[in-house]
Design a protein around this ligand. Structure first.
Ligand code: SAH
Length: 361
């Protein structure tokens, strides 16, 4: 096995490593439990010092909190995490009555090229490891002062941040197994959602191999002519093939698939689109989640009013398709994918330039 980051390892892999190091097996469980709480080896107080030191020689592979903005409107917290190679990635903690949902990123940037999204503007820098994704959770729990005995700061996880999760398939499946492990974070797959722009072959693989989480499919258009314009991936996997894969997921897992539909003013928000959409998805065990587009200045597309979104939902419901309008959260703190990272990167670059010119502190 190529050397793996400590935070990405399964319990069984830690056990194999500790067997090779002639350490007793129970130590692996201790370490796994510490890691799931975000502890570094030096903090693992119930381990012998020699073992802590040996663990320090491995790559840790986690993430630390770099910046945080809290919405004055709804308490949503947007986090920026720093990885060991200094890359920055986003996460958002949304507070609901039933618990807190952490939205995490799966890649630094994204290469899918969707026309409305900020994450993809500079392409994909690299995939995140499973340990880094877990690290976001631990960092948020520590920041919230919880994670140990005082209830959970994070009850639900959505893979809906920057990046395309199924384009980072192996690490994402590893993350899902780790985060739902009973000896680790123990978050039930029922409380996890994964959102994809529609990598059809990976959806079929995912059905067979991964924990049965809720699958969200970013549809955004009811036909190929429109979807081709918004999402380049559609030219490879058109709407019909994507809907078939989504239906297969719903049938195999018994779980309702969610279709995400960002309403873009004057483009996909008409009655005609609602009718076509309902005709295409009606036979699938699904729910349509309508999101008024969060306009990204660089992209030149418009959102819709709340009233328009409600009307679109009503058109779908009348034709037998369950639909709701997503509550917009954190719009005052650059909640749209990739926006905060871009802002902070710009600030850092601007600062570096000023310092370079000798004008800064
Ligand atoms: N790559 C995955 C997950 C990341 S994005 C996917 O495509 O599903 C999570 C959701 O936010 C997707 O449905 C995406 O299409 C949507 N999204 C991206 N930019 C948006 C914006 N500016 N306004 C509203 N939704 C947006």
């Amino acid at each position: 096995m190529a050397e793996m980051d400590l935070c990405s390892m399964y319990l069984t892999e830690l056990e194999a490593l500790f067997a090779a190091w002639s350490e007793p097996k129970f130590r692996a469980k201790q370490v796994f439990s510490w890691l799931s709480r975000g502890a570094r080896p030096c903090e693992m107080t119930n381990l012998p010092r020699a073992l802590r030191e040996r663990l320090e020689t491995l790559t840790f592979g986690s993430a630390v909190l770099y910046d945080k903005r809290i919405s004055q409107k709804d308490g949503t917290a947007k986090h920026l995490f720093e990885l060991e190679d200094k890359n920055l990635v986003e996460g958002v903690l949304m507070r609901y009555r039933y618990g807190n949902t952490l939205c995490i990123s799966t890649q630094v940037g994204c290469k899918m090229g969707c026309a409305f999204c900020a994450s993809t503007l500079e392409g994909c820098v690299r995939n995140l490891t499973a340990g880094e994704m877990l690290g976001f959770l631990s960092a948020v729990e520590r920041d919230e002062g919880r994670g140990e005995g005082h209830g959970r700061a994070v009850t639900n996880v959505v893979l809906m941040g920057s990046g395309e999760p199924l384009d980072n398939y192996d690490n994402v499946v590893r993350f899902l197994r780790l985060v739902s492990d009973k000896d680790g974070k123990n978050i039930s797959p029922r409380n996890i959602s994964l959102s994809t722009c529609g990598l059809v072959p990976e959806i079929y693989r995912f059905i067979e191999e991964a924990p049965h989480v809720t699958l969200s499919v970013s549809l955004h258009a009811p036909n190929d002519a429109l979807r081709d314009k918004l999402m380049p991936i559609n030219r490879r996997y058109p709407v019909a093939a994507l809907l078939e894969a989504a239906n297969a997921y719903a049938l195999k897992t018994g779980r309702r698939v969610v279709f995400e539909y960002a309403l873009i003013g004057g483009l996909n928000d008409g009655r005609i689109h609602a009718d076509e959409l309902s005709d295409r998805v009606r036979g699938i065990n699904c729910h349509v989640n309508l999101i008024p587009l969060n306009p990204v200045p660089e992209r030149g597309l418009e959102g819709v009013t709340r009233e328009r979104a409600e009307a679109f939902a009503a058109w779908l419901s009348r034709r037998g398709v369950s639909a709701t309008v997503r509550r917009e959260m954190g719009t005052d703190i650059e909640g749209a994918c990739g926006q905060l990272r871009r802002r902070v990167l710009k600030e850092i670059t601007a600062e570096a330039e000023t310092q370079g010119k000798g004008a800064g502190q």
